[in-house]
Design a protein around this ligand. Structure first.
Ligand SMILES: Cc1cc2nc3c(=O)[nH]c(=O)nc-3n(C[C@H](O)[C@H](O)[C@H](O)COP(=O)(O)O)c2cc1C
Length: 200
């Protein structure tokens, strides 16, 4: 090996190790041991998504937490026409509708449940209302997240807490459409699990 090549290898090794130290705080592994609040906990990520935005965030959370993932699906699928869904959702909100799900899912055995929803008419989508009503959340920790089209989370998280009064609902992660950033999601997971109820 010539001298020049050796120098290049040494410099590359130094750069790689420095980058590892600096980036260490942001490198999260599949075994979730980088998140203090998740240690030894059984984790579920349950979400509903009509057009894929919330699903994308849910899948990121799953990859960082190594939890189980469950897609909430209504028995009667919503129409693909946007205006039709908007009208149906408005009616469902005013009635507090809880549309039947293909599968109710099961929260037994989980300690921390991430719940994801698009914002529909300033609150959670109706299938999420069903999921929260048919499962048991007593004594469990809920970490909510939502995606929206410009209006923010509105009443989404406070409405979730009302449906599950015996659960502790942590601070939510709110993002616009597909704008969620990996580093922000990781920071939120870390911080949300250290916060009390008052941070909703
Ligand atoms: C029925 C319906 C109602 C909506 N209501 C709101 C709203 O109140 N506030 C808002 O910011 N966005 C609203 N949006 C936009 C969605 O929250 C946004 O596009 C979201 O990212 C969609 O997530 P998804 O792809 O997971 O379904 C609404 C969309 C639909 C279809």
């Amino acid at each position: 090996m010539n001298k020049k090549l050796k120098v290049i290898i040494v410099i590359t090794a130094i750069i790689a190790s420095v980058a590892g130290i600096i980036g260490g705080g942001l490198m999260y592994s599949q075994d979730n041991s980088d998140f203090q609040g998740l240690a030894g906990k059984r984790i579920l990520i349950a979400y509903y998504s009509y057009s894929g935005n919330t699903k994308a965030v849910a899948e990121k959370i799953q990859s960082y937490t190594a939890g189980d993932i469950f897609e909430i699906k209504p028995k009667k699928a919503y129409p693909s026409n946007y205006n039709d869904v908007v009208n149906i959702a408005q009616k469902e909100k005013s009635e507090g509708a809880k549309p039947e799900l293909i599968e109710n899912g099961n929260t037994e055995g989980y300690d921390i449940i991430f719940i994801g929803t698009p914002v529909w008419w300033y609150t959670m989508a109706s299938p999420v209302r069903t999921f929260l009503s048919v499962n048991n959340f007593d004594g469990k920790t809920i970490v909510p997240f939502c995606t929206h089209g410009g209006g923010g989370e509105s009443s989404t998280y406070t409405d979730i807490q009302k449906l599950v009064p015996k659960a502790e609902v942590k601070a939510g992660y709110t993002s616009y459409e597909r704008s969620a950033k990996d580093a922000d999601i990781k920071k939120w997971i870390d911080e949300a699990l250290r916060q009390g109820k008052d941070k909703i």
